[in-house]
Design a binder for this molecule. Structure first.
Ligand code: SF4
Length: 384
């Protein structure tokens, strides 16, 4: 059992709570893994086909298929690259769909920063005077760009990358197309007996990096700035100590902040706060968790409704163990598979607000789309 699991006193205090209650948690699980497998640590193992698993040793320098150690390692790195690009492409697609829905007037959102919408519109060649029609067109343009063929040059990279870098990328053959097609090409390439050359695999990794940043993360972040405002430096609170058990606390958790912003808007209504008071709580608060909380915190001032950020994904079991979390609303990314046991012990309702989230034993899933819309707290709040 580790003595100290965090630089944060609140996390250490909550660790002692779960340890005493013998509840599964990340610090104990990490510790229990002990010394890691040397083959896995060095990337010299592979199990992607039925001829494996294979391991590279001095006596056996190739897998059963014939791939060497360098190829095996780089193919493993490429698989990880593909997962990263896929997850960000998923997020960018949801931003695009939210822009479209906002333009059509079917979300609770408006365009908070028109300059960011204009930046995106400029790259996409959209000249539409009406801001909502422009948001819809930009959303559709982003969606289309994600499927740009890999034989073409990404419009985002072409518009936004420095000329000196584009020249090098063209020479190396790593100027990417759209994220979705790049994922398809890279996944195909990294199957058994397709690309076993560590050099071309490494180049594909670089190509994935360019596609991820310019082709996906830039439209994703600029789109969120357009929807929710551009982040500005300001004071905010980050710690498990912001959880007050006198309030109903809803924690939007994940990477995509649509539900979180919709929740804040809904919770600002006096009738919602009165309902919480009628149930015996002091009110209802939205408390950010991991990247979703960070996306919210960097754009929202601390208020009576939005009170800050609990911490990163490693904190989520310790946050729930405070007993102050009524609803843990899980959007895309970073809801750990062991949450149900912790949630049951400390009285938290788990609600998946993304169709890609799957936590064994979770009782609730909302139909998730790009329109936002808050889940309804269904538990009586604790008042002590
Ligand atoms: S792809 Fe090659 S190294 Fe990997 S499991 Fe199959 S045979 Fe073994």
């Amino acid at each position: 059992m580790p003595e100290v699991v965090s630089e944060h006193d609140s996390v250490n205090a909550q660790y002692r709570v779960v340890a005493e209650d013998e509840i599964t948690n990340v610090a104990d699980r990490f510790d229990a893994q002990g010394n890691r497998c040397k083959f896995c640590e060095t990337g010299l193992r592979c199990s992607i086909c039925s001829q494996g698993p294979c391991r590279i040793t001095p006596k056996n320098p190739r897998g059963a298929c014939g791939i060497d150690g360098a190829g095996m390692v780089m193919r493993g790195v490429l698989h990880q690259n593909v997962m990263g690009l896929a997850a960000y492409t998923h997020h960018a697609r949801d931003v695009a769909k939210t822009l479209i829905a906002t333009g059509q007037g079917t979300t609770p959102f408006t365009i908070a920063d028109e300059s960011k919408l204009d930046l995106l519109a400029g790259v996409l060649g959209i000249d539409e005077p009406d801001v909502l029609a422009r948001a819809e067109a930009v959303g559709k343009g982003i969606l289309e760009s994600l499927s740009q063929d890999s034989s073409e040059e990404s419009i985002w990279v072409e518009a936004l990358a420095p000329e000196s870098r584009k020249k090098v990328w063209r020479e190396l053959g790593i100027f990417p197309g759209g994220g979705l097609i790049e994922i398809m090409d890279a996944t195909t390439r990294s199957m058994t007996n397709i690309d076993g050359d560590y050099v071309s695999l490494a180049k594909t990794c670089l190509r994935m990096g360019i596609a991820t940043f310019y082709g996906v993360q830039v439209p994703l972040e600029m789109g969120q700035d357009a929807l929710f405002g551009t982040p500005t430096p300001h004071e905010a609170k980050v710690d498990l100590g912001i959880l007050d058990p006198e309030y109903i606390n809803i924690l939007p958790n994940g990477h995509e902040p649509f539900m979180g912003f919709a929740l804040v808007q809904a919770a600002e209504a006096e009738e919602v706060q009165q309902k919480a008071r009628d149930l015996g709580a002091k009110g209802l608060r939205i408390v950010g968790s991991i990247e979703t909380g960070q996306e919210m915190m960097q754009r929202l001032e601390t208020s009576d409704v939005f009170v800050g950020l609990t911490g990163n994904w490693i904190c989520q079991e310790y946050a729930i163990a405070t007993g102050a979390v009524d609803v843990f609303a899980m959007d895309m990314n970073c809801s750990i598979p062991s949450l149900a046991e912790v949630a049951e012990k400390y009285g938290t309702r788990l609600v998946a607000v993304s169709h890609v989230i799957g936590v064994p034993g979770m009782p609730s899933r909302t139909s998730q789309n790009a329109r936002g819309g808050p889940p309804t707290p269904s538990r009586t709040p604790r008042t002590s």
